[in-house]
Design a protein around this ligand. Structure first.
Ligand code: HPA
Length: 267
């Protein structure tokens, strides 16, 4: 299914990445600071989703970070942009057939857990996917992955140990917790946040979970890191805004970049 997109990329570069990274809000600039070998805009690829979200450029960046060969998604695609779960996860599958087998997913999220404050990091230890469509609905391609993939180790436990150690060694505080994906684009209501809290979610956002599902299905080992950009709705008596998310993400960007680079070095 992705043969023509892979063929196009191969016509531009023979770069084989080991690690794929999806850069969420606040991290996009990391891609401009690395040793870039090649870039491919999503718009150059046939039948490919294009990101329209604020601060999300739409391109693959191939290069090296800490001596590791990486492909970065500088800009991701969200359900609220009108794409299906299947379309949104095409880039994940494409990065897998380019050769990457480790995936780092990053995002901005609202903090539900009362121990979390804006600017904190959360390592994703598990997720709740039942508010969004699975990217695996429809005929299964058995050559890619199993019809019923296991989600018991979706966020690889070895990676989780490495992330904790990397954060500790670099003096970066990191929580761990359960991330829930909703479709958006509206922020949640206070009643929805109460419900999500009762379900066991620690942080909420509009991405990542469907990417993890597709990634596990096609054989990636996955690591997920959230940047808590705001208290979830209803915790403070204050309106949420996209600007607040971007402001916090920009403020913490240097630490976020450092954390991700150190994780890339260590995995
Ligand atoms: N809710 C959903 N998505 C988000 C939030 C939030 O509070 N913050 C950043 N992304």
């Amino acid at each position: 299914m992705l043969e023509k997109q892979l063929e196009y990329i191969r016509s531009k570069t023979d770069f084989v990445p080991e690690i794929a990274v999806v850069l969420g809000s606040g991290l996009g600039e990391l891609a401009d600071k690395i040793d870039i070998k090649c870039t491919v805009d999503y718009s150059e690829l046939e039948d490919f989703p294009i990101s329209t979200a604020p601060s999300h450029k739409g391109r693959f960046v191939f290069g090296e970070i800490e001596g590791k060969k990486v492909v970065l998604m500088q800009g991701r695609i969200h359900l609220y942009e009108g794409y299906s779960s299947k379309q949104i996860t095409l880039p994940i599958r494409l990065m897998r057939i380019m050769g990457a087998n480790k995936l780092i997913l990053t995002n901005a999220a609202g903090g539900i857990n009362s121990a979390f404050s804006p600017g904190d990091f959360m390592m994703i230890s598990d997720h709740i996917s039942c508010f969004v469509d699975s990217p695996l609905i429809g005929k299964n391609n058995d050559t890619i992955g199993s019809r019923f993939p296991d989600m018991g180790n979706a966020y690889d436990k070895d990676f989780q140990r490495i992330v904790k150690k990397v954060a500790y060694d670099n003096g970066i505080k990191i929580h761990n917790g359960v991330y829930v994906q909703l479709k958006g684009p509206q922020f949640e209501s206070p009643a929805e946040i109460k419900m999500l809290s009762a379900l066991g979610a620690d942080a909420v956002g509009m991405s990542t979970v469907i990417e993890t599902i597709a990634a596990v299905h096609c054989g990636f080992k996955v690591c997920g890191i959230s940047l808590i950009t705001n208290y979830a709705c209803g915790i403070l008596d204050k309106a949420l805004s996209g600007e607040e998310v971007v402001e916090t993400a920009d403020r913490v960007a240097p630490d976020f970049e450092k954390l991700i680079k150190e994780i890339i070095k260590a995995i």
